[in-house]
Design a protein around this ligand. Sequence first.
Ligand code: NAD
Ligand code: GLY
Length: 350
Amino acid sequence: MKRIKVNASNKYEVVIGSGLLDTAGEEISKLIKPCKLCILTDDTVAGYYLEKLKCSLTASGYSVSEYIIPHGEESKNISTYAGFLNYLASNGFTRTDALAALGGGVVGDLCGFTAATYLRGVKYVQIPTTILAMVDSSVGGKTAVDLEAGKNLCGAFYQPTLVLCDCDTSKTLPSNIFADGMAEVIKYGVIRDSKLFEHLYENKLNFDFEYVIETCVDIKRDIVENDEFDNGIRQLLNFGHTVGHGIEKLSNFGISHGSAVAIGMMIITKAAAENNICSAECITKLNTILNAFSLPTSTEYTASQLAKTAESDKKRRAGNITLVIPKSIGQADLMTIPTTDYEKFIAAGV
Ligand code: NAD
Ligand code: GLY
């Protein structure tokens, strides 16, 4: 078991290991006194893990209830959010009560945003069950719901009290959800850690799960500690994401986030190599590793189509767009260009 301390505006630990659902009650009770605790989860995750978590929390003295939403991004909206708030209010949850998010990034983002805003803030615990949620969304305090105009447009920075990553939960992940999360893991290798990248490159699907989760969380911790409110280096986490979001939008979300980010990372890396910022070897290595994890590396969409989608990207600021450019495997920089130059830049990689 590993414990990683995050020194953000609110300090907390990320605990990573096996069997943590069984000991969740003990862990949480060190930080939150027994109270009413509502678990937010989705209908798929509930079937696998809800009873185990409830048993552990009840044994530690919590008065436990659950709020179960349909699985999938469609649930991350204002109406589900309002339903959850009303549930908490009508069941008398007070400021000393708490929430727990059991599931992937959808449940984590929704629970975090509810915790940030219900009674102007209650404590919440993240219990991520997808790879994406373990390495990314559960750490760092970005919480949100989607609006009709776009994803994550309504949210808050609100750090959890604790994150419990039970690695055993990954065993029930369907292969496509597993692959989606691995796109984010590969991202960490490219932007920050050549050793992590090489470990994945050498071991492919036989990688050391706990080592990989711990390493990614540690990278995210470092980035969040240095730029909690996303004004600088936290943007490194967007590697492949601007192009990726374009692909998601153009496909009407038929192409998953992980697949779109994988293609986005390839396009940006090819463009960087064309501009002599990184070597051709980076392209070959990235291509090999994405293939090994069954992630796509190319798209039918044109640079012009992709550039149009970037016009409404929320990462665009004052006519400029900040791209994450790999210099080598394990090192990336931010590069801000006028939005009008974006099409030309990515055209070199499409
Ligand atoms: P998700 O929460 O929809 O989970 C994907 C699917 O996997 C769901 O159908 C879920 O029911 C199922 N599932 C979850 N855990 C399982 C398990 N252990 N076994 C079997 N099935 C399981 O999606 P996600 O990919 O985890 O997260 C995507 C969301 O995260 C998006 O809304 C995105 O905007 C958000 N996100 C947030 C941040 C952040 O910093 N807050 C970062 C990245 C992504
Ligand atoms: N996933 C992007 C971030 O946490 O900033």
